[in-house]
Design a protein around this ligand. Structure first.
Ligand code: RB5
Length: 145
């Protein structure tokens, strides 16, 4: 189950993502927004972060205008590793190296063709499980060096 959240800046791209996931048979839960009416991206970032942390959803996808505000909000939650990706290389690397559990994109930055490739890469790439990456992820969770 994939948790989806967007604001007005990401709404149109999210419709493309939803149609794509439906076509691929990937289950998702839509946490809004449900129109292009102006709203506040933290609302949706928080809903998706909570759904991932509770285990209800294994990963999340967040879209705002830039991908930035919504990712900053999601990353306030301990255990959320949200990566803004606007290229396929980053989407693959953040899964392999960071075990990112939430993808963020900007609906005003990427078109649907590239965005759907990024989504597929993010959802289909496994974490490497390499000890150095496990160790670095552990280090993210503490202020100690
Ligand atoms: C909304 O205008 C815009 O600020 C938002 O979608 C996002 O880009 C914030 O980071």
């Amino acid at each position: 189950m994939i948790a989806l959240g967007c604001d007005h800046g990401g709404f149109e791209l999210m419709q493309e993502v939803k149609a794509h996931l439906t076509e691929k048979g990937v289950e998702f839960r839509d946490f809004g927004t449900d129109s292009t009416e102006a709203t506040d991206y933290p609302i949706y970032a928080k809903r998706v972060a909570k759904a991932v942390l509770s285990g209800e959803c294994e990963k999340g996808i967040l879209i705002c205008g830039t991908g930035i505000g919504i990712s900053i909000t999601a990353n306030k939650f301990k255990g959320i590793r949200c990566a803004v990706c606007h290229d396929v290389f980053s989407a693959e690397a953040t899964r392999q190296h960071n075990d990112a559990n939430v993808l963020a994109m900007g609906g005003r930055v990427v078109g649907p063709g590239l965005a759907l490739m990024i989504v597929d890469t993010f959802l289909n790439t496994e974490f490497s499980n390499a000890p150095r990456h496990i160790n670095r992820i552990r280090q993210m969770e503490t202020e100690e060096e």
